[in-house]
Design a protein around this ligand. Structure first.
Ligand SMILES: [Zn+2]
Length: 210
């Protein structure tokens, strides 16, 4: 059996099992999706949103990129955010990083990664803002892990700076924003930051006429 064929075979088994447990499983899901959560996570294969939160298909709308970045010019992320907030009306947006993130580690080096440099530049900017705090940490692994946390916090704040979130806060008092960090070593999520709807942000980022 070819390597990829295992996935197709497992898919058949999974679909059969899902119907065996609940005969309307796919009929129900095929009609509508009504997730309460938008998940912005890292592309890392070890951090799958549904598995680590023990949720089912249909429960979480997912966007993933290297190091779970919230970049205000990223059309892909902004489209996902707009769709999730305006059309699906999710109640919570979660930015979930993970300790030991390869993208964050790479950003802390001076290696030239080619095209990926442009993406990692965004993490280097987070490091620059928090350089004093991170440089005061002696251990390299702990340095990376603190930058992972700060990157998640900056990501949540970047969400609040978008007109998409500000408009939703003004008219719907939702969604609530969360910054979480997943531990690869213990499988546990550490909530590190929260911005309930209508949290005040630095007024230079606030839009009028929403
Ligand atoms: Zn990662």
């Amino acid at each position: 059996m070819k390597q990829y064929e295992r996935l197709l075979l497992e898919n058949k088994a999974w679909a059969a099992e899902a119907v065996e447990e609940d005969k309307d499983f796919f009929n129900r899901l095929a009609k509508i999706q009504k997730p309460d959560f938008l998940w912005i996570g890292c592309s890392d294969s070890r951090v799958p949103a549904n598995e680590i939160t023990n949720t089912q298909p249909g429960e979480i709308f997912v966007h993933r990129n290297i190091a779970n970045m919230v970049v205000h010019t990223d059309l892909n992320l902004l489209s996902v955010l707009e769709y999730a907030v305006v059309h699906l009306k999710v109640k919570h947006v979660i930015v979930c990083g993970h300790y030991g993130c390869g993208g964050v580690k790479a950003a802390m080096t001076n290696h030239n990664f080619g095209i990926i440099n442009k993406w990692l530049r965004n993490i280097k900017d987070v490091y620059r803002i928090h350089r004093d705090e991170i440089d005061a940490i002696g251990d390299d692994e702990k340095k990376t892990d603190r930058l992972v946390e700060l990157n998640v916090i900056e990501g949540v704040m970047n969400l609040a700076k978008t007109s998409i979130i500000q408009k939703a806060w003004k008219y719907n008092q939702a969604p609530h924003l969360h910054g979480w960090v997943y531990g690869l070593k213990d499988g546990l999520i550490n909530p590190v930051f929260e911005m309930p709807a209508n949290t005040r942000i630095d007024d230079i980022y606030e839009y009028d006429d929403l």
